[in-house]
Design a protein around this ligand. Structure first.
Ligand code: ACO
Length: 399
């Protein structure tokens, strides 16, 4: 705490908390985490139960509305998402103008930002009806833009949404269908993607969600705020760790090389990617579910030998005093990349695959902040360490 007093009404003390590790930026009723025990709940429902029993859209409804939908509500919600899946042709044309090797995440971020110009009424953020329409549009269109970004990188024609398919089936079809080859994703892979989407849907005030709320706090439209949140997710310390895990497993190569690699991590030469978490000081509950999911996916796709490397890494690390003492456990990223790769999804799509389901979480948090009467524009203070008032030196007299 640093003593400051700018105006008469000021309390006179200011918290200095870099990284906001100990600062609550809002009050929320959406997601609960107990990192010491390894608990994650959305609206009071344990993540394990939701991952087993729900679809992604059901969970998105729960995050946004606070309650699980009944059958009629779910149908109406699902229908309204399907209704909005198509993007404006000019959005498609704009995406065509990206370089052939543009990163899909860069394409997603800028295309979502561009969408605000297609829906200027989205600026009326004070209207609950208007907010509800923009929320549906974003949840429906982000998978379409995501799949277009992948097709673009492949030089393949874009596949339009097929609204006879479910949310995840439709996404896989837009990714992988070639012409009219009757592509039908394997139901086990569709279910695995639903589970991964549910696990990634929200995680309270992480970096990207905080950006969503910060941009939203200036009453900017939700497309601009979503683009900002996605940009925060793009960073390797946030949405990019599963890619790093995959590269690490490939570098290790085989089970017999694992002890040597662990020793290098312990010596401080590098970090064991996919291990450790700022909040979880116990097994990340999402990692436990994903580990099971990986086995189910490999039953369909064939076993990736890198799974054995991952399992051996986990076994050794969990018995090693270095990791035990520091409470380092596998996090959500440890197994997810292996599943995505087995499903034929390229590494560059990994952050995009995070952004699609996190859209529901970002929007739920944005909606909650817009409904919160205590919400003010986010405007942190600083500890100023620079020069104070001094004499100006003309250019010709500067040393
Ligand atoms: N491998 C080896 N040692 C580690 C690891 C790791 N993965 N993570 C932390 N440590 C060690 C640190 O070296 C430090 O040791 P010391 O006390 O001897 O100096 C101690 O554990 C504490 O580490 P911090 O960096 O202070 O922990 P912090 O909470 O700031 O970092 C983070 C959390 C960034 C996730 C870290 O554990 C890490 O870098 N993990 C690897 C990257 C990763 O998997 N990121 C994905 C996170 S999940 C997500 O974003 C969706």
């Amino acid at each position: 705490l640093r003593q400051i007093k700018v105006e008469e009404g000021d309390f006179g003390l200011m918290a200095y908390d870099p990284g906001y590790t100990n600062t609550a930026s809002c009050k929320s009723r959406i997601t609960y985490i107990d990192g010491d025990v390894g608990i994650l709940e959305y609206r009071g429902y344990p993540i394990e139960v939701l991952a087993e029993k729900c679809t992604y859209l059901e969970v998105a409804y729960l995050l946004l509305n606070g309650e699980l939908p009944d059958a009629a509500q779910l149908k109406e919600w699902d229908d309204s998402i399907r209704f909005h899946t198509v993007v404006h042709e000019n959005i498609k044309r704009q995406m065509e103008s990206f370089r052939y090797d543009a990163h899909p995440m860069g394409m997603l971020i800028s295309t979502v930002a561009a969408m605000s110009t297609f829906y200027p009424e989205a600026k009326k953020v004070g209207s609950p009806e208007n907010r509800a329409v923009q929320i549906k549009r974003l949840i429906a269109k982000v998978p379409t833009i995501a799949a277009f970004s992948y097709r673009h990188s492949q030089g393949h024609p874009y596949v339009y949404p097929n609204n006879d398919l479910s949310y995840t089936e439709n996404f896989l079809a837009m990714m992988f269908q070639m012409f009219n080859n009757g592509y039908k994703p394997d139901p086990a892979l569709v279910r695995a993607l639903e589970v991964l989407f549910i696990l990634h849907a929200d995680h309270e005030q992480n970096c990207s969600t905080s950006v969503m709320r910060a941009i939203g706090s200036s009453d900017a439209d939700p497309y601009s705020a979503h683009a900002g949140a996605a940009a925060a997710l793009y960073g390797p310390l946030h949405g990019g760790a599963n890619e790093a895990v995959l590269r690490m497993l490939a570098e290790i190569g085989s089970v017999k090389e694992v002890p040597k690699y662990v020793a290098r991590c312990k010596s401080g030469e590098m970090r064991l990617m996919g291990f450790g978490h700022r909040v979880y000081k116990n097994y990340d509950p999402r990692a436990r579910i994903i580990k099971k999911c990986a086995e189910e996916v490999f039953d369909v796709t064939g076993r990736n030998p890198l799974l054995d490397v991952a399992l051996e890494l986990e076994r050794i690390a969990l018995e090693d005093e270095y990791f035990v003492k520091r409470k380092l456990y596998p996090n959500v990223d440890f197994y997810s990349g292996l599943i995505y790769e087995a499903m034929g999804l390229p590494v560059t799509m990994f952050p995009v695959l995070f952004a699609i389901p996190r859209t529901a979480g970002w929007l739920a948090q944005w909606k909650e902040s817009m409904e919160d009467e205590e919400q003010r524009i986010q405007r942190p203070r600083q500890i100023y360490l620079g020069e104070r008032t001094r004499d100006f030196v003309p250019l010709e007299k500067r040393p």
